[in-house]
Design a protein around this ligand. Structure first.
Ligand code: MEV
Length: 425
C-alpha cells in the first residue's frame, strides 16, 4: 500500500533512485523491481502473437500526487509523448487541494451481440426470444462456471430490430457480468454458445457473434473539485484559470473539431495506464469515441465548470472495459508489477483510477491551453528528444536542448549545428 503519492522532487532524481523509491513505496520484490528494467522476454513474446521477431519498448513513468477515493495512488503510465506524465502529476497535485478524485463504476457488464438475419417475423421472434430469456441466460451461464462462482455471469437479454441496407435484422444483446476480466473471451464464447438456440427460436440465421466495444453498461465516472486559490500560478489568478478552463470546456462541448482534440487529451492519460496494465487500448479508444457520439453528435467526454463559490469542478464519464486477469496481465512481468504499484484488487478499482487519470490529464491540457499555451511545457522534453535524434549523448543532451530553448528554435538542423559546434570546441 502506497504511503503517499506526494513525492516532491521525484522528477529530479536519477532513474535508479526513482526506482528505489517506488519499490519501497509499493513493496516491490527484487524480481518485480527488475521487471521495470527488463520486461517481456522474446520467448514469452513469441507466445503472445504470431510471427514474433522481437519486442518494442516504450518509456514507463510514474505519475505522482494522485488520491483516488481517499487512497494515495502511484500511477504507472506507458507513453511515448513528453509532458503527459508531468501533466497528470501536476493536475493530481491541484486535485489534492480539494481532496483528490472521487470515482465510481457500474458493475462490469459487457454487451455481446448476436446478429440474426432472414427472420420470417422479426416482431414475433423478438417476443419468442424474450419469453425464453431465463433458458437463454442459463445456457450462457453454463459457459464459464468459474466466472459464475466469482459472482459474474449472464444478467439480461435484450432484443432489437434493425432496419438496415441488407434488410431487417434482429440483434440480440447478451448482458454479461465479467467481473475482473476485460471480458472479450467470455462474452464471445457465450454468444457463440447461444447462437443455435437463438436461431431455432427466431427461425432466422445467426450471423455475427461478438462483443460490442460500446461498453455503455460498464461506465466509469470521476469527479474533482479544485479550490479557486489552488489554480493560481505565474501571472494568472485562480479565478482567471477557472474561468479559462470553463470557456475551453464549453468550446469542446459545442464543437466536434475541438471535442476530438479535447478527448484525445483525456485518452493520453487513459491509454497510458491502459497500456501499462496490459489492457486492450483499441477497445478502450473505440468505446470512448463511440460513447462521445452516443447523443447523436460527437462531443466532449468531460465537463468543467465553476460552482457558486468559484471552485472549479470537473467530471468525466466513459466506458472502461478493463481487466486485471487474463490476457497480457498474466504473461507480461511489467504489467504485473504495474498492477502491484497501483495496488488494485478489482478491475473496477483499476477503472476508477484510469478514469481519474483521464480527468487529470484533461485538466492539465485545458489549464495550459487556457493560460500560457501548450508549447512552453512541451519545450524542454521536446528539445531533449530533438537533441538525442541529432546524436547528442550524456551532458550534450541538456546542453543542446538548453541552447535551442534559449534561442527559441527547436529544430533538428539547429541541434546538429550546435552539436558540431560543441564537439568542435
Ligand atoms: C496533445 O497530445 C493533447 C492536447 O491537444 C489535448 C487538448 O488539446 O486538450 C493538448
Amino acid at each position: 500500500m502506497t504511503a503517499t503519492s506526494r513525492l516532491p522532487g521525484f522528477y529530479n532524481l536519477p532513474l535508479a533512485e526513482r526506482v528505489e523509491l517506488i519499490a519501497q513505496q509499493a513493496g516491490l520484490s527484487a524480481e518485480e523491481r527488475a521487471s521495470l528494467r527488463e520486461s517481456l522476454s522474446t520467448e514469452r513474446a513469441d507466445f503472445m502473437i504470431e510471427n514474433t521477431v522481437g519486442r518494442h519498448a516504450l518509456p514507463l513513468g510514474i505519475a505522482t500526487n494522485f488520491i483516488v477515493n481517499g487512497r494515495e495512488v502511484l500511477v504507472p503510465m506507458v507513453i511515448e509523448e513528453p509532458s503527459v506524465v508531468a501533466g497528470a502529476s501536476l493536475a493530481a497535485k491541484l486535485a489534492r487541494a480539494g481532496g483528490g478524485f472521487i470515482a465510481t463504476t457500474d458493475a462490469p457488464v459487457m454487451i455481446g451481440q448476436i446478429q440474426v438475419v432472414e427472420v420470417p417475423d422479426p416482431w414475433a421472434a423478438k417476443v419468442a426470444l424474450l419469453a425464453r430469456r431465463e433458458e437463454l441466460l442459463a445456457l450462457a451461464d453454463s459457459v464459464d462456471p468459474v466466472l459464475l462462482k466469482l459472482g459474474g455471469g449472464a444478467r439480461d437479454l435484450q432484443v432489437r430490430i434493425l432496419q438496415t441496407a441488407a434488410g431487417p435484422m434482429l440483434v440480440v444483446h447478451l448482458l454479461y457480468d465479467v467481473r475482473d476480466a476485460m471480458g472479450a473471451n467470455a462474452v464471445n464464447t457465450a454468444c457463440e454458445r447461444l447462437a443455435p438456440l437463438v436461431s431455432s427460436i427466431s427461425g432466422g440465421k445467426v450471423f455475427l457473434r461478438i462483443l460490442s466495444n460500446l461498453a455503455d453498461r460498464r461506465l466509469a465516472y470521476a469527479s474533482v473539485t479544485i479550490p479557486e486559490a489552488a489554480l493560481a500560478f505565474g501571472e494568472f489568478s485562480g479565478a482567471q484559470v477557472a474561468q479559462g478552463i470553463e470557456i475551453a470546456a464549453a468550446f469542446a462541448a459545442a464543437d466536434p473539431y475541438r471535442a476530438a482534440t479535447h478527448n484525445k487529451g483525456i485518452m493520453n492519460g487513459v491509454d497510458a495506464v491502459v497500456l501499462a496494465t496490459g489492457n486492450d487500448w483499441r477497445a478502450i479508444e473505440a468505446g470512448a469515441h463511440a460513447y462521445a457520439a452516443h447523443g447523436g453528435r460527437y462531443t466532449s467526454l468531460s465537463r468543467w465548470q465553476r460552482d457558486g463559490r468559484g471552485n472549479l469542478t470537473g467530471a468525466l464519464e466513459m466506458p472502461l472495459a478493463l481487466g486485471i486477469v487474463g490476457g497480457a496481465t498474466r504473461v507480461h512481468p511489467t504489467v504485473r508489477t504495474a498492477l502491484k504499484i497501483l495496488g488494485v484488487r478489482t478491475a473496477q478499482e483499476l477503472a476508477e483510477i484510469v478514469v481519474s487519470v483521464g480527468l487529470a490529464q484533461n485538466l492539465a491540457a485545458v489549464r495550459a491551453l487556457a493560460t500560457e499555451g501548450i508549447q512552453r511545457g512541451h519545450m524542454e522534453l521536446h528539445a531533449r528528444q530533438v537533441a538525442i535524434a541529432a546524436g547528442a549523448t550524456g551532458d550534450e543532451i541538456t546542453a543542446v536542448a538548453a541552447a535551442m530553448i534559449g534561442e527559441g528554435t527547436i529544430r533538428s538542423d539547429r541541434a546538429t549545428a550546435l552539436l558540431r559546434q560543441m564537439r568542435g570546441a
